[in-house]
Design a protein around this ligand. Sequence first.
Ligand code: PEP
Length: 248
Amino acid sequence: MKIIIANWKMNKTGDSAKEFFTEFASLNKNSNTVIICPPFTLLHLTKDKGFHLGAQNMHQAEKGAFTGEISATQLKDAGVKYVLIGHSERRIIFGETCETVNKKNLQCLLHELIPVVCIGETLEERESGQTNEVLTKQLSIAFNSFSSETITPIVAYEPVWAIGTGKVATLEQISETHQFIRDRLQFHFGNAEKGGSGDRISVLYGGSVTDQNAQEIMSIPNVDGVLVGGASLDAKKFATIVNTQPQI
Ligand code: PEP
């Protein structure tokens, strides 16, 4: 069973979401776990449609004067179980730092929401050989003081250069990087032998995943699923991704 997450970003209205749900329901074979992260205005329509409900962002404070933001309590109230934290668009466009990501993760923990922590290097960082260093920093700050006893987080490896660009990381790059992330998670949270959760944390790949490449990506042994942006807006394409049977 793989985990497939749809990130609809700032797309769809009530009518187009309803069309999506009807078409998707006729195609879905329920073979994998599906989480939909719609815009906040569509959470109520997405709830109870047979998906797990996710949010695209969350503020780190409990409540208060934060115009335009949304809290963990409000998301829970709307039926949300998962939250994307530190998506590269949040980091790059809205200036979220690794420290903000950490605060948001701790807030998720407090309210028993499952954070889907997005990490990834820029093209410049990959080309200058800094990928592992960048991922190590992002992971260690994101999970500073995070105890995985009650909540097992999810990690999404999303190379910034592959998001929305049509440029997919090679199977070797994905495999190598996921292995590195797994090692870091074991280092941070401990492995199964030590009673830690480093082996249990699902590591997903994101970045230009489509109905055409989902099967080969999900067949890489250490890829536990995918985070899909653009291709998740089309019910037919997304159903093909969700119905994928990995070859492992
Ligand atoms: C994303 O938004 O997390 C993403 C992976 O987008 P896309 O699939 O469009 O590259």
